[in-house]
Every structure is written in C-alpha cells, then in structure tokens.
Write a protein that binds this ligand. Sequence first.
Ligand code: IVH
Length: 665
Amino acid sequence: MANIQKQIEQLRAEIRHHDVLYYVQNAPEITDQQYDKLFAELKQLETKHPELITPDSPTQRVSEQPVAGFETVPHAVPMLSIDNTYNEDELRKFDERVAKGLESPRYDYTVEPKIDGLAISLRYENGHLTRAATRGDGSRGDNVTSNIRTIRAIPLSLEGKDIPEVLEVRGEVYMPKKAFTELNAAKVEAGEPEFANPRNAAAGSLKLLDARVTATRKLAFFAYSLGQVSTPLADTHYDALEKLRNFGLPVNEAKKAKDINKVMAICHDWQHRKDKFAYQIDGMVIKVNRYDQHDVLGTTGRAPKWCIAYKFPAEQAETILESITVQVGKNGTLTPVANLKPVQLAGTTVKRATLHNFDQLERLDARCGDTVIIEKAGEIIPQVVDVIVKQRDLFESKPFEIPTQCPTCGGGVQKDENGVYLRCVNPNCIAQLKERLEYFVGKGQMDIDKLGPALIEQLVDKELVKNFADIYKLRFDQLVQLERMADKSAANVMDSIEASKARPLWRLVAALGIRNVGGQSAQILSDEFGALDKLMAATAEQLTAIDQIGPVMAESVYEYLHDQDNIKIINKMLDAGVIPAPPKQKASNVLEGMTIVVTGTLKNHTRQQIEQMIKDHGGKTSSSVSKKTALLVAGENAGSKLDKANQLGIEVITEAKFMERVTSP
Ligand code: IVH
C-alpha cells in the first residue's frame, strides 16, 4: 500500500510539474499525449484505491455535482476597479497626480498587459486553494470555487518556500482567442446564441452551475495582484509578481519603467504586438511599483490612485462590400454575410464579415459596391459597423433585397418567434440537411470524423443520404464510387460510421440538432432519463420539471420527439444498429432512500466529492438538517448542523466511516 501511495504521489508531482512548465513557464517538455498518459495512469491507480484520493489531486478538478446557485461571500480586502485613460495626455496627467501625491520624484512603475476577462480572487490557506470568488460589487462576490478548480492553469496547491499562511491572489480568468472561436462555432452549430467577445465567454463559462461544462471551456488565468496576505510577499509589486510566479502561478510578462516616458514606450510596443498573443489584450495597466507608496497615495473608494489603465483604441478598416450572400443554418436561419475586398485588420486578412441579421442589414442600409467600415467585435469576429454613404454611386446603387424565399431550396421564409431572424421553413431544404448532417457527425456529437463536409455534399446531392438514418445504411460499394474515394478511404468512412453506433446517449441527443439543445442540455437530459425510449416518452411536464431545462427548451425537445418523421428516423437508426451507451450506472444502492447532509472541514475529500459518492450510491444530498435527514457526515469544526442532528437524534458519522460504508458495503 505504502508503495502505491508513493507511486500516486510521484505521478501527481509529475503532473503538477508539467502544468507549471506549460502554464507558467510557457515551455512544455512533453507532448499532450504523454501528459494524458500520466493522467490516465494516476486515474487508474486512484480508481483502484479510492481511499488514497486527495482533494488537490489533478484528477479531482472537476466536480460531478452541479450546484443549485452560487453563495455570495465577502472579500477580506475589497476588490477595486481601475480608472481608464485613452491617450498620452491623460496618462501624463496621471503621472503628475502621482508625483504630487507622493511629494517626491522618486518612484517607478510596473507596466503589464490588461487582459480582457474577469477578475477573480483566489484564496490559498497553507498553500491550498480553499476558495475562489468573483469581484461582484467589490465587497462581496460569488463563490465559484468548483468552477475555478477546473482551470488547469490555476494550481490547487502552491509550491516553493515561504508561502504565507493566508494568501489571496487576484487575477484575470480569460478565454484564449482560439478557444473562443471554437466555442462560438460550436454554439452556432447547436443553434445557440454566440458570445459577443471572449470576456463574455469567460464570464458565461464561469457562471455555469455544472463544473463539468466549465471544464470543457478551456479557460486560462493570469495573476496580477494581491488581496489579504498574512505575511507581506515583497516591498514592490514587481517582486511580488516574481514570488507568485515561483509559487507556480501563471503571471504575464511585466516591465519596470523608471518614468512616464518609458511607460509610454512600453505601451506603444505592446500595442503594435497585441495581435500576436493567444489572448485578447485591451490595453496596459500601469502601477506604482512600491507598496509603501500605494499606502501614501490611497484610493478614491472606487479605484486606487496608484494604478491606471491605458486602453488601446479599437481598430477599424475601410473596404469595399463586394457582395452579400445569404447562408442557411441547420435549423433554417438565414444569415446575411458581407463578402469584402480583402483588407488587413488587427493582424488578419479579412474577406468576410457578419451582418448579423436582416434587421441589422436594413438599419445599416449596406449595399453591394458600398465602402464600409469594419471592426472586430470583441476584437475577434469582423463585423460591418458603418457605411460611407457619401462614397456611394447614387445611380447604380440599390438596397439589398431581403429574401422572400430560401436562397437554396426556394422554399418559404418566416420571421422566427423573436422577430429577429428569418428562417427557411421547408423541412426538406437541402442546405439545412447538409448543415444538419455536418453537425450530426461533428466532434462534439457523433464524432464520425471521416465523414467530412465534401463527402456529405456528394452524398446529399446523389440522394444517398436524405436523413441521419441513411448514414447507417451506406454500403462500401456506394462510397467507393464517389469522387476522391478509394478502397482505403471508403473503408475508413465505414469504420468511422460503425464506431459511432455505440456513442453515449447524450451525444446522440445532441447530434439530433434539436433547437435550443446543445451538448450541455443533452447531458442533463441523458442523465435524467438514462435511455432513449424513456426520453422519447417523456411528457412536457416531466421535461419542464428538470432543473436547468427551461420551458422553451422543454417545448423544443417535446415537439422534436413527437414529430412523426423524427420518430421514424430515430427508429430507423436504432434498427440499423445504433445502440447509444447509457449514462454511468450507479456504483451501488447502499444509500438508497437516504437523505444525507455533509458538514464541517473534511480531511481527504472535498464536500462535492462526498456528495457525488452519496449520489453514486443511490442517496440524496441536502444542505440542511431536518427530520427527514437520515445521516450527517461531519468533519472537523462542524457547527450548528451537528448540534441540530444531535438534538433530533440523527446518526452522525465521520468521513472515514462514510468511506467504509460506501467502499465495503
Ligand atoms: S490590477 C486594484 N492588472 O481590468 C488593482 N487589472 O478595467 C486591481 N485587469 O478589474 C486590478 N489585467 O479585472 C490589474 N494586469 C492587470 C489587469 C487587470 C486585466 C482587469 C481587472 C480590473 C479591470 C479594470
């Protein structure tokens, strides 16, 4: 046993070491596959020896148990905002105020990038992450610990020497540009609204009640300041950042500047390079370096007087709108897209820009041939923001005609229920079918990777595939005759279709492309019903009664699963051998019918882990003790809940006893 414990600890240390190399030092030494292998090894050992699992094991980042809501928690030191400046003049005025406030010319600055995400306060006690909270109103924020734990860039425990007993680290949680683009592409495919910018995407991902979903969002983190600290880390901000880096926290590049001229030069340098970074920077943050001088300068209540942001102006470009095409989405939504004369904007060549919807197009009155101004929304997605009407050829130019028919199938169009989007209402529209099939085979759904868009195009055009079920009837001899197909590639396609037959139920539910239902909702539905026939038989009331499934989604699901054509196609898929794997089974029924409360400080598990085990073994959890409570699992320093349980004569057990019950029933 001691041997296995050692092996487990070694693997954990190794994984943490590689996390630091990857996230803090930006210098990974192993490939993702090698990392995954270490992780799988650890996971395997821990599955065999659950008693050796600790809350800060890298395998324990994701809590399986969604929370009902976030509690608000106080900040020991308020989280202030910072004032903004937009030009050199304003920045120099800030410097004059600093000089005056300090009554001395002897001060210097630290200059660092301003990351566009959301501020978080991480509380480490004795080096262990105990709590994470959003800024909220500055004095109280939301407790988002279970979601923060899923961010691999954030260490669950700190490394190195002289770690203060209490250390609150503040910084920015952000979504890298690539993750943002991928997330929005998946949202569009799922028929869900896109995030306007990476900041909203990061905030939205952190406010999810289910940490399993947050874990898929590829969030990252940079530390940039301190809250409550039991022993001062350093005399200057610059040195404190260095300390944080040595504790294994990701800290962005920071520069020292001896005066405001140097500050300006650093700001300009970053402004030129800003598009080269993997994350979005919307300016620079300038801080007086010495902490004793922070105290002298003080705050205005809202913002400190020793700190200022220098914001970069939004970049725009002018170009010609060559044409407008109308795209048809998988649920029939028509979207106008501007095709542009290629132009450079914020680091990329832009050829297309979104016009969002026809209302927006009418408001702008954008016409083919117009000179238009484009800007990157959230600095990522190019959009047309203005038309230079003066430069329009008044004789030639005419307003864009809003389609009254689907551009692909010629079918009728209608405004959707929100009155914003136009939709093609022909259920047999070929453009929609292709989009739906592409979504069905997509990575987040049935993951039939060898069935790409070009092949789908051919299969639909040749009428070999008219619905999802037809995919499972395809034969080798049909595939091999298609363009760019040979024996090997056709066999690969067949294998990849075959492999998809046993995908988990939630993937199949997601793949159906039901309006308003993305991967997250599909998982909830799959967990709730456990089998496809049960979901198909669900009444509207049963669907609405599920936590996290709103009435609009419940209606979409009910309608979809009660449509005769859809039912036929689903049944044909099942006939063709699609057997969706049911969600994970319960581990046992030893806690069946019991409502259990967990309280106090636990030694070897987090509360979420214990609560998950309760569920896995058939029990229910509750946060308050009442007559209905069957059992109280009490850690150290249990307070009022323990008293109440004793009063009511409810059985109280320790964490260790609880583990015995579930591991050796
Ligand atoms: S310092 C009291 N440094 O920008 C000083 N903030 O617009 C605390 N931000 O609330 C903030 N990068 O969420 C600081 N390097 C950086 C930053 C940064 C991004 C955010 C932070 C702040 C907001 C103000």
